[in-house]
Design a protein around this ligand. Structure first.
Ligand SMILES: N[C@@H](CCC(=O)N[C@@H](CS)C(=O)NCC(=O)O)C(=O)O
Length: 222
């Protein structure tokens, strides 16, 4: 079945889809194209929201939002489900996915605001995202200890890896590992997996590293 993923070099949502595709053996059957979300001609007809990831699937059409794409890929793969069938287990996994996606959202929003010239930055907005980042990491830390290192990698871990990978990439100096020991231990194991190594974010070719954020990321005290 033909599948084409509209991708980017740095998006945590794209990375979530890619890690799942690697973990389930689907990746080799997916054509990856780097699509600039600003490219109205290509992306808008596939996703009216103009966002990546978008996945074209033969006889289905274009799917968008990483959550929907991950559900589709999990249906299409032959191995153990990465979104459990049992209702309680499934809702637990989906809740953690929402938490991890929310961490990526807050980190993305915060960065966009913090890249504006100093006078234009709305500091309360930054402070609010800092709180979301901190409390999302603490909440992920509380569940990370329950993850079975010997079981199949479920979507909760995959979404967490994608969001945490974005924090590692854009928030290099954020001191989150001391308050989040269980998450940091899990991070050490997970980022050694081929699915994580093969999907590391990189600056797009020909683009120098972006400028540092005007308000440097920090771990808020309250
Ligand atoms: N909830 C969406 C978020 C997708 C998203 O925000 N993608 C960003 C890239 S990280 C994007 O395409 N932004 C371009 C824009 O909003 O114009 C998902 O999970 O797929």
């Amino acid at each position: 079945m033909f599948m084409r993923l509209h991708s980017s070099y740095t998006s945590p949502y794209v990375r979530k889809v890619k890690i799942l595709a690697h973990e389930t053996g689907l990746w080799d059957g997916i054509e990856e194209v780097y699509t600039n979300p600003a490219d109205e001609q290509v992306l808008r007809p596939l996703n009216p929201l103009g966002k990546i990831p978008a996945l074209e699937i033969q006889s289905v059409g274009a799917l968008f939002d990483s959550r929907v794409i991950c559900e589709a890929l999990d249906e299409l793969q032959d191995g153990p489900p990465r979104i459990p069938d049992d209702m309680t287990a499934q809702l637990t996994v989906l809740r953690t996915q929402a938490l991890a996606d929310g961490l990526a959202d807050a980190a993305n929003l915060r960065r966009n605001e913090a890249l504006r010239p100093g006078a234009k930055i709305h500091r309360p907005f930054i402070d609010r995202q800092d709180l979301a980042i901190k409390h999302a990491l603490l909440a992920l830390d509380r569940v990370a200890g329950d993850w079975d290192p010997d079981g199949p990698t479920l979507l909760d871990q995959i979404a967490t890896a994608a969001a945490l990978g974005y924090i590692r990439f854009r928030y290099t100096d954020l001191e989150w590992r001391t308050p989040c020991r269980a998450l940091a231990d899990w991070e050490q194991r997970f980022f050694d997996r081929p699915s994580a190594r093969d999907t590391e974010p990189v600056n797009p070719p020909g683009h120098p590293a972006p400028p540092p954020q005007t308000v440097p990321p920090h771990w808020p005290s309250d």
